[in-house]
Write a protein that binds this ligand. Structure first.
Ligand code: IPE
Ligand code: IPE
Ligand code: MG
Length: 251
């Protein structure tokens, strides 16, 4: 089995888990609550997972908080989502720093409200030395946009050789590829999340709504992941991620 072959990573000793935190609205609606109550409960769930993840072998956690397409939601909901993100960053930064969690935001920054961006910059600065967990929060994120942006940098990276290698470098140099991608909320789609980085990710879909996803559910997802056989296109015993060969040479 090749579960430890986390492709071409900086992170030799842990997994990159990505989560599409879906189902907040339906969780709230089922309780007769406004959608924002679901988002608030979603933030509480995120805190629990961030606490638990490093204890169970996760060294990079990338979570989908707001997609470029989420701007299509009613203005009041968008506003509350950004309010909650700002509050999360402001209230949690010190605790995250103490727990050696490094926070990075991925996604566009030009449309994020200024007050949120200030908090983002402060949190990234304050937690920069964190080594136990890299928490990447995708805000105003679109994988297709990220790929297009990386492609626009290719001419500057001519020394990297082919276009695929250059894109691979640009898109995975910070956090490596995704090992396990979890989506809560019952839908079975990627909704424009980490399309490149998840090329060989194991996919795990659960009907559990995000506010109800806790340490036990993460453990269950990881247990299933550990039973999967990753082959990266090869035969079982020779499974090496192709991207590792393409960019960094076989390891
Ligand atoms: C995920 O929950 C949070 C965001 C997309 C910001 P949803 O708000 O999509 O919840 P559902 O899918 O409507 O239940
Ligand atoms: C994906 O969920 C985005 C986040 C979880 C932030 P959506 O609820 O926006 O996705 P669709 O619309 O069901 O595909
Ligand atoms: Mg949804």
């Amino acid at each position: 089995m090749s579960n430890n072959l986390t492709s071409q990573s900086k992170k030799s000793d842990g997994l990159h888990v990505a989560v599409i935190m879906d189902g907040n609205g339906r969780w709230a609606a089922r309780r007769g609550l406004p959608r924002v109550a679901g988002h608030r409960a979603g933030v509480a769930a995120l805190k629990r997972i961030v606490e638990h993840a490093p204890d169970v072998g996760v060294c990079v956690l990338t979570v989908y908080a707001f997609s470029c397409d989420n701007w299509a939601r009613p203005a009041a909901e968008v506003q509350s989502l950004f309010w909650l993100m700002r509050a999360f960053l402001r209230l949690e930064t010190e605790r995250l720093r103490r727990k050696s969690v490094r926070v990075q935001i991925i996604g566009r920054r030009d449309r994020v409200p200024a007050a949120v961006l200030r908090e983002v910059n402060r949190t990234e600065f304050v937690t920069a030395a964190g080594r136990r967990l890299l928490l990447r929060v995708a805000i105003d994120y679109s994988a297709r946009e990220a790929i297009a942006r990386a492609a626009s940098l290719i001419p500057e990276r001519a020394e990297m050789g082919d276009a695929r290698g250059a894109l691979q470098y640009e898109l995975t140099r910070e956090a490596g590829e995704v090992d396990l991608l979890i989506r809560t909320g019952g839908e079975k789609r990627l909704s424009d999340f980490l399309l490149w980085e998840s090329a060989y990710a194991e996919l795990y879909f659960t009907d559990c709504m995000w506010p109800e996803f806790g340490p036990a559910q993460l453990d269950a997802a990881l247990a299933e992941f550990r039973h999967r056989e990753r082959r990266f296109g090869a035969v079982p015993d020779a499974a090496v991620p192709r991207s590792a060969i393409a960019v960094g040479g076989a390891r």
